[in-house]
Design a protein around this ligand. Structure first.
Ligand SMILES: [Zn+2]
Length: 291
């Protein structure tokens, strides 16, 4: 287990305004007194301030709830209730808003405090999604509500949907196997080594102009006949039969995670369709009507 590090380590999401309960703070001494106004010409007096009636404990410190969780076969961590600043991030338009949101809700990962976006990006995709669902459930409760437009072009009806995370999503969890790499041989005796995708792969895919789901699959391939490969090489090196066998093998061993796909039945036209929880802003910001 990694040694504990400072919670204010580099790359930590900025402005964690709320003090952590374990941090030491001097007792509240009251608000500083304004100096007595000095009589003089033309200087307008500032309005006199009344002492705040709010108790000092609430005013300066709020205990942030935390919860230890396991990382579906990849160790353990401690999540914390999402903060107001982290919520603001989500509507800021910043490219890395969701990554910083995730960092903001993690107190430690496998004993390491001061988690950075490099740490969260290094997590496997299923672990990342597991963390997101756990953070939402811990911060806002079990019920997720969202509004989803019917995909049928002639309809477009806005369907309201309610999902229970503990009953419908969390039970779908599948742990990752302990191994990081797997080897298999095609019928043509090509030796292929593959693993699982992490947040860096997801980020690279998101930066592409027309990302293909196949690209994410081919990102899992690390070596063909002992030579390190990238997705372009994978698709150009293997023939159709070999690619078919590769896809079947990758699908057979998808790794861990949870299923956030929700089936919606349009209440106007009856069309059934699927949507992913994390595609809705209101999943991350409950209370919003749309998104
Ligand atoms: Zn419809």
């Amino acid at each position: 287990m990694a040694p504990e590090q400072s919670i204010s380590g580099p790359g930590r999401s900025p402005q964690p305004v709320i003090e952590h309960p374990s941090s030491q703070q001097p007792p509240f001494q009251g608000y500083p007194q304004r100096p007595s106004p000095v009589p003089g010409p033309a200087a307008p007096l500032p309005p006199r301030q009344q002492p705040s009636p709010i108790p000092a404990q609430q005013d300066t410190k709020r205990i942030i709830p935390t919860r230890p969780i396991d990382l579906i076969g990849r160790g353990s961590g401690v999540i914390q209730e999402i903060g107001g600043d982290d919520e603001m991030l989500l509507t800021s338009g910043a490219d890395d808003a969701h990554e910083r949101w995730l960092v903001g809700a993690i107190e430690s990962l496998n004993g390491k405090k001061g988690v950075t976006t490099q740490d969260t990006l290094g997590l496997l995709l299923g672990v990342r999604l597991w963390l997101v669902v756990q953070i939402v459930e811990f911060s806002y409760g079990d019920t997720v509500r969202f509004v989803s437009p019917c995909p049928k072009k002639t309809c477009g009806h806005l369907n309201e949907k309610e999902v229970s995370l503990s009953r419908q999503v969390i039970p779908t969890r599948v742990d990752y196997p302990p191994e990081d790499e797997f080897c298999f041989a095609t019928s043509t005796r090509k030796q292929i080594v593959y693993g699982f995708c992490n947040g860096f792969h997801e980020k690279a895919l998101a930066a592409m102009e027309n990302p293909s789901a196949l690209y994410l699959q081919y990102m899992r391939v690390r070596k063909i006949d002992g030579i390190a490969v990238v997705p372009e090489i994978v698709k150009d090196t293997l023939n159709a039969q070999e690619r078919m066998e590769l896809r079947a093998e990758l699908q057979r061993n998808p790794g861990g995670g949870i299923n956030t796909a929700v089936t919606v039945l349009c209440s106007k036209c009856g069309t059934a369709y699927q949507t992913l929880l994390q595609e809705h802003l209101s999943f991350f910001l409950p209370g919003l009507q749309r998104g």
